[in-house]
Each structure stands twice: as structure tokens, then as C-alpha cells.
Ligand binder design. Structure first.
Ligand SMILES: *Cc1c(COP(=O)(O)O)cnc(C)c1O
Length: 226
């Protein structure tokens, strides 16, 4: 039962929050519904789930109109020519990883007279991920993107590698939190560091303990994907 899985994840959120002296209210659960049919997604919705994550433009296009009142998150790699299909359907784009993409989102947002909330994807575990800004470039990248007035930088996102023991990812999450605080302290115009999107089915407990404010859980809610 999907609603039961959500309850279990929420219970875990409570446990890891209290373990680290945080409030569960500071952690948003995004149900990652990629590849999953509407029937399952509706079950989650009826169980009270409101935030959903997808990594393909086509799936957002198909699913969002069926549940307009849910909050959709673009968490996957985004091609510039597809921004126009989702910019008015998602509340947050987690995966901004190049200036070209940031500029293209800005241009589309400007055309429509809106301001798009984005996260900057960081590549902390360089060897395992193709996408994301590398750590030494983060500050200068954020300063550049912050000049695009139809974007609002809301925080950072990372995809940690798949590991058997979640503890192995703790240094990655800790590093992310350090970068997050560092950028926050710089008080850059148009940057509002509030969201730290990190932690997936396998490692969200550790991510929460290290300061995650948004966890993206797919398998743990909807079961394994084909
Ligand atoms: C698929 C995906 C997730 C969810 O992964 P699970 O291991 O199934 O929880 C989280 N974030 C991103 C960016 C994804 O693509």
C-alpha cells in the first residue's frame, strides 16, 4: 500500500529529525513518481501527499493536468528546448547545472512574465555523476545566475551515488550543507538559500541528519522501477 509506505517514510523523517534536533516540518517529502502510472500517484495524493517529482518532461506534461492541485518538481536533467512545456507546470526546477540552461529558463520565464524558482545542482561526488556544478565553481556560478532576474535561486540539490551503506554518503551531505551555509552567508542579491534537496530512498535518513530540507523518495514509496 502506497499510503502505508508514505506513513513509514514520514515516521523515518520524524525519527531522523529528532535524532538531529530538527523539526519534521522543516523536511518536505517529494514522492518521485517517475515511470509510475496515474493510479498509483492518485493513491499517494488521496493519502495526503502533495509534492511529486519527475525527471522527464513528457511525464510532467502528461500527469500534471490530471492533478493540477499537486506541486510538481522537475528533478531530472532538462534540455533547453523543452523548458517551454513545463515552466508553467512545476513549482521548482532542481536540476540547473549550466549557465545555458539557467539563461534559457530565464528567457522563457521572462516571455511569460513569471519568476521561476530553481535549485543549483552540485556535483559533490565527482566521479559518480555527470551532471552538476563542481564544488570550486559553485560561488561564481551562483553569482552569474543570480543576475538573471526572472529566476530565483532557492537553494542547492545533489544526487549522491548509490551505496549499500548510507553512511558512506554522509561526507557528501555534510559538504553540501557547508556549501549551503557558505553561500547563505554571502548574502548574494536574488539568492534565497532555503532549500537543500538531498537524500533518496537509500540514504534519506543520513541526509536529514546532515540538514536536508527536501528528500526525493521514489522506490521507498512506489516500489522498484522497471
Ligand atoms: C529517481 C530519482 C530519485 C528517487 O530515487 P529512489 O532511489 O527511487 O528513491 C531521486 N532523485 C532523482 C534526481 C531521481 O532521478
Amino acid at each position: 500500500m502506497i499510503a502505508d509506505n508514505i506513513k513509514l517514510v514520514k515516521n523515518d523523517i520524524d525519527i531522523h529529525c529528532s535524532k538531529s534536533g530538527r523539526s519534521s516540518q522543516d523536511v518536505t517529502l517529494i514522492a518521485v513518481s517517475k515511470t509510475k502510472p496515474m493510479m498509483m500517484i492518485l493513491e499517494a495524493y488521496e493519502g495526503g501527499q502533495r509534492h511529486f517529482g519527475e525527471n522527464k518532461v513528457q511525464e510532467i506534461k502528461d500527469k500534471q493536468p490530471l492533478m493540477p492541485d499537486a506541486k510538481w518538481h522537475m528533478i531530472g536533467h532538462l534540455q533547453t528546448n523543452k523548458i517551454k512545456y513545463i515552466i508553467d507546470k512545476v513549482v521548482l526546477i532542481h536540476s540547473v547545472d549550466s549557465y545555458k540552461l539557467a539563461e534559457a529558463i530565464h528567457n522563457e520565464a521572462k516571455k511569460r512574465g513569471l519568476v521561476m524558482d530553481i535549485l543549483i545542482q552540485i556535483n559533490v561526488a565527482e566521479e559518480t555523476s555527470k551532471f552538476g556544478i563542481s564544488v570550486p565553481d559553485v560561488e561564481s556560478f551562483i553569482r552569474e545566475v543570480a543576475r538573471l532576474e526572472n529566476l530565483k535561486i532557492k537553494g542547492l540539490m545533489t544526487i549522491a551515488p548509490y551505496v549499500v551503506d548510507a553512511e558512506e554518503n554522509r561526507p557528501i551531505f555534510r559538504k553540501m550543507k557547508d556549501i549551503f551555509i557558505d553561500i547563505q552567508n554571502k548574502n548574494i542579491d536574488n539568492v534565497d538559500m532555503g532549500i537543500l534537496s538531498m537524500g533518496m530512498t537509500n540514504d534519506y535518513g543520513v541526509a536529514i541528519e546532515e540538514g536536508s530540507t527536501m528528500i526525493r523518495v521514489g522506490t521507498g514509496i512506489f516500489g522498484i522501477r522497471n
